[in-house]
Design a protein around this ligand. Structure first.
Ligand code: NAD
Length: 488
């Protein structure tokens, strides 16, 4: 039993935990409980929303855009100073390799605050002079104001990265937020509350409520009449539920949802670059990135070569303790998620797949066998009609499918209800541009994957989401525009 608590943060203070409402924080590497999380009830969620409203109506509303930008820069600096605490918290929650948490999750959190300090403070506002029929004129301009109290609901796969991707622009635009992190990864949201307070954010502008979805903090938050909008990253099924919850009050939503992303490998691809890229895009974060590739379409003449080289790369991944320098791959996030991923391993076998590598649960020893480990897996012999090729699996697994022509590759890749990301691998740049533009997705890469400029739009089509965030697109979501028209 542990006496460590992960607390809610309301009105600038960490809330004393309630022994009667708690759930365990579990280390996915070995299944050990390392803390208790205080589950927010409806009353605490209500206090968080009220605190956010009070901040919005109080001194926070009088901060200039420049002062808010300075605050975001101080936060970035402070996260850098406390980086090892953030790394430790993220690793405890997710089991991911320490080096990756440092290089990706914490570094991107810092980058998010720095980028949106600039972007939010420079947001454009349109203005026009209108010529009137009587020869007069009207000056039309638009002013931006914060959206208001924003509910921020995020998943467990890149907890700090995805949280700060929303919190930085929201605060930069002058909003107050109530954050509901995933029940699987509560730690960094609470740590961020400490940092924001240290950096001078007024009480109530950032609040954290811990808990689950239905019948718990997530549901209480999105149904609360005091929220002005919801920004959500998570599964398409939860997006649907949240949309229903806010529909009766017509609140704006920004949804970054699931994916079933394709890679297209042409026979003119640089195969060294391609295999290195595919190894990352299929297996990064144990396949638990919304942008991960789960379908690899390969031109027939290079199919066997690509398959054997990707299998060798998968077999070269090293599962193990997060702190070991040799570890490349962590466990899945939870027992329930591993059951789900394994159900697709089973479905692939039943559909007659050839298992090129993996397909099961490894035995690692060294005290790790109580964790949620799974083998990196590749299949061939499936088609777009099979469930493992249609559903998002969200694990370290992909199917390889041959194609003959460019048109066939495009048709196969677009044959999905999702529309988040694609990656085209070719040395023919004309083809690269052509095929990338024909992908029905929000992000289309050529000869790379996961390369992000934070000013560019990010989001998905179809089941993959609604709206775009990133750069000025984030500013559009986190502000309201009022048109002022003056006859002069
Ligand atoms: P999830 O939808 O189960 O949960 C996400 C969050 O929503 C959690 O905080 C959860 O507690 C909360 N939630 C669940 N039901 C709710 C409800 N009814 N009302 C309010 N809140 C509720 O997703 P997950 O399993 O945590 O994350 C994995 C999913 O996230 C995958 O589908 C993945 O593709 C997606 N994802 C998308 C992006 C993107 O940018 N498009 C990024 C990362 C992850």
């Amino acid at each position: 039993m542990t006496d460590r608590w992960i607390r809610n943060a309301v009105a600038g203070r960490l809330v004393d935990p309630d022994e009667r409402r708690s759930f365990p924080a579990i280390d996915p590497t070995d299944g050990r409980v390392f803390a208790r999380v205080h589950e927010a009830d409806a009353d605490l969620v209500d206090r968080a929303v009220s605190a956010a409203r009070a901040a919005l109506d109080g001194p926070w509303s009088r901060w200039s855009a420049a002062a808010r930008a300075d605050l975001l820069r101080r936060v970035a600096d402070r996260i850098e100073q406390r980086a090892e605490e953030f790394v430790a918290a993220e690793v405890a929650d997710t089991g991911k390799p320490v080096a990756e948490a440092r290089r990706l999750d914490v570094a991107r959190a810092v980058a998010n605050f720095r980028a949106f300090a600039d972007i939010a403070s420079r947001a454009d506002q349109p203005s026009f002079l209108t010529e009137l029929p009587d020869g007069g004129q009207a000056l039309n301009y638009a002013v931006r104001s914060p959206l208001g109290v924003v509910a921020v609901i995020v998943p467990w796969n890149l907890p700090l990265l995805l949280l700060t991707w929303k919190v930085a622009p929201a605060l930069g635009c002058g909003n107050a937020v109530v954050v509901k992190p995933s029940e699987e990864t509560p730690s960094t949201a609470t740590l961020l509350a400490e940092v924001l307070t240290e950096c001078g954010l007024p009480a109530g502008a950032y609040n954290v409520v811990h808990g689950f979805g239905p019948g718990s903090a997530g549901d209480f938050l999105v149904r609360h009449p005091g929220i002005d909008g919801v920004t959500f990253t998570g599964s398409s099924a939860t997006g649907t539920a949240i949309m229903r919850s806010v529909a009766s009050r017509v609140r704006p939503v920004s949804f970054e949802l699931g994916g079933k992303n394709a890679a297209l490998v042409f026979d003119d691809a640089d195969l060294d670059l391609t295999i290195a890229g595919l190894t990352r895009s299929v297996f990064a974060n144990t396949g638990q990135v919304c942008l991960c590739t789960e379908r690899v379409y390969v031109q027939r003449s290079v199919f066997d070569d690509v398959a054997s080289r990707l299998v060798a790369a998968a077999q070269g991944l090293r599962l193990g303790r997060p702190e070991a320098a040799t570890t490349t791959t962590g466990p899945l996030i939870s027992a329930g998620h591993r059951d789900k991923v394994l159900s697709y391993y089973q479905a692939a076998a039943e559909a007659g797949a050839t298992v090129l590598t993996g397909g099961g649960v490894p035995t690692l020893g060294a005290g790790l066998d109580g964790g949620w480990w799974i083998e990196p897996t590749l299949w061939s012999g499936l088609t777009n009609a099979d469930r493992p090729v249609r559903d998002e699996i969200f694990g370290p697994a992909a199917v390889l499918i041959p194609f003959d022509t460019e048109d066939e590759a495009v048709t196969l890749a677009n044959d999905t209800e999702y529309g988040l990301a694609a990656a085209v691998w070719t040395t023919n740049l004309a083809r690269g541009h052509r095929v990338a533009q024909r992908m029905r997705v929000g992000v289309s890469w050529v000869n790379t994957w996961f390369l992000r400029d934070l000013r560019s739009p990010f989001g998905g089509r179809g089941l993959s989401g609604i709206g775009r965030e990133g750069g000025e697109f984030s500013v559009d979501f986190y502000t309201e525009l009022t048109n002022v028209c003056v006859q002069i």
